[in-house]
Design a protein around this ligand. Structure first.
Ligand code: HEM
Length: 427
């Protein structure tokens, strides 16, 4: 490791979910942006050395746009892939071929394959169906005074969109929902154990969860492979059919790449959107004047969507690995060192957003947020995610303008996804 230029000692534990149990640690990020924008963060895992924590908007955009220097592929985009000596099964499953963990030129080959399905035109064609589905969900809630926003609304919308896009049949949708929820519950409870937790017997719970996660992955892959086989025999016009019948250098895609694609779509598209929808409701509850502005001026819904994305930053971080010796903001970085980009911090960077800690539905530069990342791997589902948030809030506030959160959110213990599993609301 090069000597830290911005040396302020060890001041935070961004590698632990506990740091995120009340949401993004904005005080820590504010300090890092000011005092140590490229910060050397030790890790307590014995097999990991540490990482460079990036907290400034400008630096994260620069790194995201330079995949030659900052690789997504070696070994991937998570902070840690488990203990190599223990052959962690979760890590192995997460490593299966996946475009999010590829570098150009390979990355572009796979991205091009599916990107027409995410074009503005393709996404617009979904809007009417989505609006009708949302109306149906809201109709079913009209007689209830209080309910759980996550289970009754937020988790249903992205799941419906994904299943429609990928061509997952009605009879299979409950299963997909259960698998996704199992994966979220079990993997978020795993975290990385410290010695005290191990001594307290958390090891066996950890192994139990690892097994649960592994089984869920296998179920998901089996479902994907069955669909691929069927689409190869009987092509349709859904996204699974596109992938099943795509060729790279004359050959069909290998099974591990197909597994990886299915996993990426189901996880990346679901969790992220559901958590932004729920975080948006918390923001509106905490800022009633902003909610009123939105009700009085429906033209603001599109901008409010970006402000919710900025405010929530539902993906907490992505990681890159230096492919050669380099530097960021004067800090030398050695080949092979980890660089972790904290999106929630970039989205509160006071050099980019005035009054960055205020939620403002009419914020002029809300679109500058990087909740979807930037550059090479900019979220492929960004328009789809945006549309879901906008249409939900247009319908929701039109129908239940008094809706507000009446409980604290139950947060998913994770330092990767800013997740909420329950939130009680009244309408
Ligand atoms: C609020 C919603 C969402 C957020 C905040 C979000 C966030 C992100 C971020 C930060 C990345 C960048 C990864 C990187 O640079 O390493 C990403 C990539 C990706 N997202 Fe999303 N996402 C959302 C919704 C969706 C949806 C709805 C889909 C698909 C249905 C989707 C599919 C993908 C895919 C395929 C990639 C990989 C793109 C690539 O590697 O080229 N996401 N997302």
């Amino acid at each position: 490791m090069s000597k830290p230029v911005y040396d302020i000692g060890q001041v935070c534990e961004l590698d632990r979910w506990e740091t995120f149990q009340n949401g993004q640690p904005n005080d820590i990020f504010t300090r890092l942006r000011k005092e140590a924008p490229v910060y050397w963060h030790e890790e307590y895992l014995p097999f990991e050395n540490g990482f460079w924590a990036l907290t400034k908007h400008e630096d994260i955009v620069r790194v995201s746009k330079d995949p030659k220097t900052f690789s997504s592929a070696t070994p991937g985009i998570l902070m840690s892939y488990g203990d190599p000596e223990q052959g962690d099964p979760v890590a192995t499953a997460a490593l299966v071929g996946n475009m999010i963990a590829m570098d150009p030129p390979q990355h572009q080959v796979y991205r091009k394959m599916v990107s027409p399905r995410f074009s503005p035109k393709s996404i617009r064609e979904f809007e009417e169906g989505l609006r009708n589905k949302i109306k149906e969900i809201l109709d079913g809630l009209a007689d209830k005074k209080e309910f759980d926003f996550v289970t009754e609304i937020a988790e249903k919308i992205p799941l419906w969109v994904l299943c429609e896009m990928m061509g997952i049949e009605e009879s299979q949708r409950q299963k997909v929902r259960d698998i996704v929820n199992n994966l979220t519950d079990a993997s978020s409870q795993m975290g990385n154990l410290n010695d005290a937790q191990k001594a307290a017997g958390a090891d066996s719970k950890h192994s139990e969860n690892a097994l649960k996660v592994w089984v869920s992955y296998m179920e998901l892959f089996k479902m994907g492979r069955d669909m691929i086989e069927e689409r190869r025999k009987n092509p349709t016009d859904d996204l699974m059919s596109v992938v099943a019948n795509s060729k790279v250098e004359g050959d069909g895609l290998p099974p591990e790449l197909l597994d990886g694609f299915f996993l990426l779509m189901v996880i990346a598209g679901n969790e992220t959107t559901r958590n932004t929808l729920t975080g948006g409701l918390i923001a509106l509850t905490e800022n009633p004047a902003e909610k009123l502005k939105l009700i009085q001026d429906p033209d603001l819904f599109s901008n409010a969507t970006d402000e919710m994305l900025r405010w929530v930053s539902s993906v907490i971080y992505m990681r890159r690995t230096a492919a050669c010796d380099t530097e960021i903001r004067g800090q030398p970085i050695k080949k092979g060192e980890k660089v972790v980009m904290w999106y929630g911090s970039a989205n509160r960077d006071e050099e980019v957003f005035e009054d960055s800690h205020l939620f403002k539905v009419d914020r002029e530069d809300a679109k500058k947020h990087i909740a979807f990342g930037a550059g090479e791997h900019l979220c492929l589902g960004n328009r789809l995610g945006q549309m879901q948030i906008r249409v939900l809030y247009e319908e929701l506030l039109g129908r239940f303008p008094n809706i507000e959160a009446i409980s604290k959110p139950t947060r998913v213990p994770s330092n990767f996804l800013n997740g909420i599993s329950h939130l009680k609301v009244k309408i």
